[in-house]
Design a protein around this ligand. Structure first.
Ligand SMILES: [Zn+2]
Length: 228
Protein backbone atom coordinates (compact mmCIF):
# COMPACT_ATOMS: atom_id res chain seq x y z
CA UNK A 1 0.00 0.00 0.00
CA UNK A 2 1.36 3.36 -1.01
CA UNK A 3 0.79 6.47 1.16
CA UNK A 4 0.88 9.93 -0.46
CA UNK A 5 0.68 13.08 1.65
CA UNK A 6 -1.94 15.40 0.11
CA UNK A 7 -2.04 18.14 2.74
CA UNK A 8 -1.12 18.74 6.38
CA UNK A 9 -4.20 16.79 7.44
CA UNK A 10 -4.86 14.32 4.61
CA UNK A 11 -3.07 11.22 3.41
CA UNK A 12 -4.02 9.22 0.31
CA UNK A 13 -3.60 5.43 0.46
CA UNK A 14 -3.38 3.59 -2.85
CA UNK A 15 -3.55 -0.12 -3.56
CA UNK A 16 -2.80 -1.84 -6.90
CA UNK A 17 -2.11 1.61 -8.37
CA UNK A 18 -5.74 2.54 -8.85
CA UNK A 19 -7.94 2.22 -5.77
CA UNK A 20 -7.74 4.91 -3.09
CA UNK A 21 -8.75 5.48 0.51
CA UNK A 22 -7.90 8.49 2.69
CA UNK A 23 -6.82 9.15 6.26
CA UNK A 24 -7.87 12.58 7.53
CA UNK A 25 -6.43 13.77 10.86
CA UNK A 26 -8.67 14.96 13.65
CA UNK A 27 -7.91 15.69 17.32
CA UNK A 28 -8.86 12.17 18.38
CA UNK A 29 -7.24 10.20 15.52
CA UNK A 30 -8.11 9.48 11.90
CA UNK A 31 -11.25 9.53 9.86
CA UNK A 32 -10.82 6.81 7.22
CA UNK A 33 -12.63 7.62 4.00
CA UNK A 34 -13.53 4.49 2.03
CA UNK A 35 -12.12 1.02 2.59
CA UNK A 36 -10.98 -0.21 -0.85
CA UNK A 37 -11.78 -3.70 -2.06
CA UNK A 38 -12.29 -6.75 0.14
CA UNK A 39 -9.01 -7.92 1.72
CA UNK A 40 -7.55 -4.47 2.42
CA UNK A 41 -8.43 -4.18 6.15
CA UNK A 42 -5.07 -5.18 7.65
CA UNK A 43 -3.14 -2.91 5.31
CA UNK A 44 -5.45 0.01 6.08
CA UNK A 45 -5.00 -0.52 9.83
CA UNK A 46 -1.20 -0.74 9.40
CA UNK A 47 -1.18 2.42 7.31
CA UNK A 48 -2.96 4.32 10.11
CA UNK A 49 -0.52 2.87 12.68
CA UNK A 50 2.45 3.98 10.57
CA UNK A 51 0.91 7.43 10.30
CA UNK A 52 0.74 7.53 14.09
CA UNK A 53 -2.95 7.51 15.11
CA UNK A 54 -5.91 5.14 15.44
CA UNK A 55 -8.89 5.05 13.06
CA UNK A 56 -11.85 6.57 14.96
CA UNK A 57 -14.48 6.66 12.24
CA UNK A 58 -15.03 5.35 8.71
CA UNK A 59 -16.96 7.23 6.05
CA UNK A 60 -18.13 5.35 2.95
CA UNK A 61 -18.58 7.75 0.03
CA UNK A 62 -20.87 5.53 -2.04
CA UNK A 63 -22.33 2.05 -2.43
CA UNK A 64 -19.70 0.48 -4.75
CA UNK A 65 -17.67 -2.51 -3.61
CA UNK A 66 -14.28 -0.95 -4.39
CA UNK A 67 -15.17 1.64 -1.71
CA UNK A 68 -16.96 -0.42 0.97
CA UNK A 69 -15.18 -3.75 0.26
CA UNK A 70 -13.19 -4.01 3.50
CA UNK A 71 -15.79 -2.30 5.72
CA UNK A 72 -17.10 -5.42 7.43
CA UNK A 73 -13.57 -6.69 8.23
CA UNK A 74 -12.58 -3.27 9.59
CA UNK A 75 -15.75 -3.07 11.67
CA UNK A 76 -14.82 -6.46 13.14
CA UNK A 77 -11.20 -5.49 13.85
CA UNK A 78 -11.81 -1.99 15.23
CA UNK A 79 -14.20 -2.26 18.17
CA UNK A 80 -14.92 1.41 18.84
CA UNK A 81 -15.03 2.76 15.29
CA UNK A 82 -18.04 4.81 14.12
CA UNK A 83 -19.43 3.86 10.68
CA UNK A 84 -20.86 6.67 8.58
CA UNK A 85 -22.46 6.91 5.12
CA UNK A 86 -25.09 8.97 3.33
CA UNK A 87 -28.63 8.05 4.32
CA UNK A 88 -29.40 7.22 0.68
CA UNK A 89 -26.46 4.91 -0.03
CA UNK A 90 -26.61 3.35 3.45
CA UNK A 91 -30.03 2.07 2.40
CA UNK A 92 -28.58 0.66 -0.85
CA UNK A 93 -25.82 -1.08 1.10
CA UNK A 94 -28.49 -2.79 3.16
CA UNK A 95 -29.91 -4.18 -0.08
CA UNK A 96 -32.91 -1.82 -0.24
CA UNK A 97 -33.32 -0.63 -3.84
CA UNK A 98 -36.52 1.34 -3.31
CA UNK A 99 -36.43 4.61 -5.24
CA UNK A 100 -36.97 7.98 -3.58
CA UNK A 101 -40.14 9.68 -4.93
CA UNK A 102 -38.24 12.52 -6.67
CA UNK A 103 -35.48 10.39 -8.21
CA UNK A 104 -34.90 9.76 -11.91
CA UNK A 105 -34.65 6.17 -13.06
CA UNK A 106 -30.98 5.20 -13.18
CA UNK A 107 -28.72 2.25 -13.87
CA UNK A 108 -28.24 -0.05 -10.91
CA UNK A 109 -25.63 -2.49 -12.23
CA UNK A 110 -22.98 -1.27 -9.75
CA UNK A 111 -24.95 -2.17 -6.63
CA UNK A 112 -24.89 -5.35 -4.57
CA UNK A 113 -27.30 -6.73 -2.02
CA UNK A 114 -26.98 -6.32 1.75
CA UNK A 115 -23.29 -5.89 2.67
CA UNK A 116 -24.06 -7.09 6.20
CA UNK A 117 -22.88 -3.98 8.05
CA UNK A 118 -25.09 -1.35 9.67
CA UNK A 119 -24.11 2.32 9.90
CA UNK A 120 -23.97 4.19 13.21
CA UNK A 121 -24.63 7.57 11.63
CA UNK A 122 -26.13 8.68 8.33
CA UNK A 123 -25.39 12.09 6.85
CA UNK A 124 -26.41 14.36 3.99
CA UNK A 125 -25.38 17.57 2.25
CA UNK A 126 -24.25 20.25 4.71
CA UNK A 127 -23.63 17.93 7.65
CA UNK A 128 -20.29 17.94 9.44
CA UNK A 129 -18.04 14.99 10.24
CA UNK A 130 -15.49 16.67 12.51
CA UNK A 131 -13.50 19.01 10.20
CA UNK A 132 -15.13 17.66 7.05
CA UNK A 133 -18.23 19.15 5.46
CA UNK A 134 -20.44 16.70 3.60
CA UNK A 135 -21.17 17.78 0.02
CA UNK A 136 -23.88 15.99 -1.95
CA UNK A 137 -22.27 14.42 -5.04
CA UNK A 138 -25.05 12.15 -6.25
CA UNK A 139 -25.18 10.82 -9.79
CA UNK A 140 -22.41 8.23 -9.86
CA UNK A 141 -24.59 6.62 -7.16
CA UNK A 142 -27.92 7.97 -5.86
CA UNK A 143 -26.39 9.18 -2.58
CA UNK A 144 -22.70 9.65 -3.23
CA UNK A 145 -21.03 12.21 -0.94
CA UNK A 146 -17.86 14.24 -1.28
CA UNK A 147 -15.97 15.67 1.72
CA UNK A 148 -14.60 19.19 1.97
CA UNK A 149 -11.86 19.76 4.54
CA UNK A 150 -12.92 23.09 6.07
CA UNK A 151 -9.37 23.74 7.31
CA UNK A 152 -7.83 24.18 3.87
CA UNK A 153 -10.73 23.67 1.39
CA UNK A 154 -9.29 20.44 0.03
CA UNK A 155 -11.91 18.19 -1.55
CA UNK A 156 -12.20 14.42 -1.53
CA UNK A 157 -14.62 13.91 -4.40
CA UNK A 158 -15.11 10.10 -4.32
CA UNK A 159 -15.99 8.96 -7.87
CA UNK A 160 -17.53 12.25 -9.03
CA UNK A 161 -14.21 12.56 -10.86
CA UNK A 162 -11.43 10.10 -11.69
CA UNK A 163 -7.82 10.91 -12.45
CA UNK A 164 -6.36 7.96 -14.31
CA UNK A 165 -5.14 9.11 -17.71
CA UNK A 166 -6.27 12.66 -16.87
CA UNK A 167 -9.08 14.17 -14.84
CA UNK A 168 -12.56 13.10 -16.01
CA UNK A 169 -16.08 13.24 -14.64
CA UNK A 170 -18.03 10.00 -14.31
CA UNK A 171 -21.02 11.50 -16.16
CA UNK A 172 -20.10 9.14 -19.01
CA UNK A 173 -17.38 6.58 -19.79
CA UNK A 174 -13.95 8.14 -20.28
CA UNK A 175 -12.02 6.17 -22.87
CA UNK A 176 -8.81 6.04 -20.84
CA UNK A 177 -10.56 4.68 -17.72
CA UNK A 178 -14.16 3.81 -18.68
CA UNK A 179 -15.34 1.60 -15.81
CA UNK A 180 -16.55 4.24 -13.30
CA UNK A 181 -18.53 6.00 -16.04
CA UNK A 182 -20.14 2.74 -17.12
CA UNK A 183 -21.50 2.03 -13.65
CA UNK A 184 -22.70 5.61 -13.06
CA UNK A 185 -26.30 5.50 -11.88
CA UNK A 186 -27.58 8.69 -13.60
CA UNK A 187 -25.32 10.69 -15.92
CA UNK A 188 -27.11 14.09 -15.99
CA UNK A 189 -27.17 14.13 -12.18
CA UNK A 190 -23.47 13.19 -12.12
CA UNK A 191 -22.69 16.14 -14.39
CA UNK A 192 -24.64 18.52 -12.11
CA UNK A 193 -22.61 17.27 -9.16
CA UNK A 194 -19.32 17.64 -11.05
CA UNK A 195 -20.30 21.29 -11.62
CA UNK A 196 -21.31 21.81 -7.98
CA UNK A 197 -17.94 20.46 -6.80
CA UNK A 198 -16.08 22.66 -9.26
CA UNK A 199 -17.97 25.71 -7.96
CA UNK A 200 -16.51 25.06 -4.50
CA UNK A 201 -13.14 26.02 -6.06
CA UNK A 202 -11.25 23.49 -3.95
CA UNK A 203 -7.59 24.06 -3.09
CA UNK A 204 -6.82 20.45 -3.96
CA UNK A 205 -8.81 17.56 -5.32
CA UNK A 206 -8.49 13.88 -4.43
CA UNK A 207 -10.56 11.13 -6.05
CA UNK A 208 -11.32 7.43 -5.67
CA UNK A 209 -9.08 6.44 -8.58
CA UNK A 210 -5.88 8.28 -9.51
CA UNK A 211 -3.56 10.85 -7.96
CA UNK A 212 -4.52 14.09 -6.19
CA UNK A 213 -4.22 17.48 -7.91
CA UNK A 214 -3.38 20.92 -6.48
CA UNK A 215 -5.33 23.92 -7.83
CA UNK A 216 -7.67 21.60 -9.76
CA UNK A 217 -10.24 24.08 -11.12
CA UNK A 218 -8.78 24.34 -14.67
CA UNK A 219 -8.67 20.53 -14.91
CA UNK A 220 -12.21 20.29 -13.55
CA UNK A 221 -13.39 22.80 -16.17
CA UNK A 222 -11.79 20.75 -18.94
CA UNK A 223 -13.29 17.51 -17.59
CA UNK A 224 -16.77 19.09 -17.40
CA UNK A 225 -16.44 20.53 -20.91
CA UNK A 226 -15.57 17.07 -22.27
CA UNK A 227 -18.65 15.55 -20.58
CA UNK A 228 -21.16 18.25 -21.56
ZN1 LIG B 1 -17.88 4.08 -7.77
Amino acid sequence: MKATRISETALQLTRFGFVNAFLVSEDDGFTLIDTMINGSANELISAAESAGAPIRRIVITHAHSDHFGSLSSLAGELAEVELIASARDARLMRGDRTMEPDEPEGRTLGFRGDIGVGFDRVVGHGDRIESLEVIGAQGHSPGQIALLDTRDRGLIAADAYTNLGGLATTAGPYWRFPLPGFVTWHQPTALESANRLRDLEPAWLAVGHGMPIDDPVPDMDRAIARSS
